[in-house]
Design a protein around this ligand. Sequence first.
Ligand SMILES: C[S@@+](CC[C@H](N)C(=O)[O-])C[C@H]1O[C@@H](n2cnc3c(N)ncnc32)[C@H](O)[C@@H]1O
Length: 277
Amino acid sequence: MTTGTLEADRVLQKKLCEIVTSKTGIQLPENKRTMIEGRLRKRVRALGVRDLRTYLSMVMNDGMLETELPHIINVMTTNKTDFFREDAHFDYLVRNVLPEHAAGRPFKVWSAASSSGEEAYTTAMVLNEHAKRKPGFTYSIIGTDLSTEVVRKARKGIYTPEEIVDVPDDMQALYLEQGHDSVGRPLSRVVKQLRDRVGFAQMNLMDKVYPVEKNLDVVFLRNVLIYFDEVTQRQVVSSVTDHLKPGGYLFVGHSETSVASDPRLVQKSAAVFRKEA
Ligand SMILES: C[S@@+](CC[C@H](N)C(=O)[O-])C[C@H]1O[C@@H](n2cnc3c(N)ncnc32)[C@H](O)[C@@H]1O
């Protein structure tokens, strides 16, 4: 292979990355090339294509971009998440946010980059416990994510033993049903009582309008802003804040505190913001 062909492949890959960034906001700089190629190779294997060069050429030159783009976006997203991740946020919710909630209307939460559902189901467990102490308390949770693959997994609510390690034993007993896959490996499923309160949809935070209701009590926007550039971060924080009720709370990832710079937001705790009335 000549230096010229290598260079041509790089140009194609760079163009593809620019398209992905413009659609998703996810930054894919040159210094992440090894990671990017590793992820694109998943598509090479899935389609049984000869190699990455052939795949890039099919996508960029032979009209396959439109059909491949959703798959490329799925492999380009980083979906790492956990139940009870950054658990101080759930303590804050119980101690500070829920006591302020006026009785009579449902408590509404949006997990705005929900990945495979752990954040939304953790919230459901916490809110369900609160409901036991507060008769009449009701809630609804919506989780959205760019990746169609993780949204599919979130809807199922089925997790491996490794994925549920951070769920406390008492919560596991109450909210996870034990089962197994077709070859007998253990799996846990979130109970129907919680699944019925949590809906999931595919949604891009880069969209101008979000098909999510306004006047929400809480939005989790955690560990997704880090993938965006500064302008996109500001835009997304502002658009998401539009969906909070006055007095509603925005939780961002602990490394994202400096990014939540909307003038309507007042910081209340580490990575916790309240929208002022
Ligand atoms: C690292 S996970 C964070 C999951 C969860 N919020 C948490 O903190 O554990 C980041 C998620 O953001 C999603 N994401 C990335 N860009 C997005 C976009 N433009 N719109 C919606 N979701 C996006 C990814 O698909 C991924 O599932």
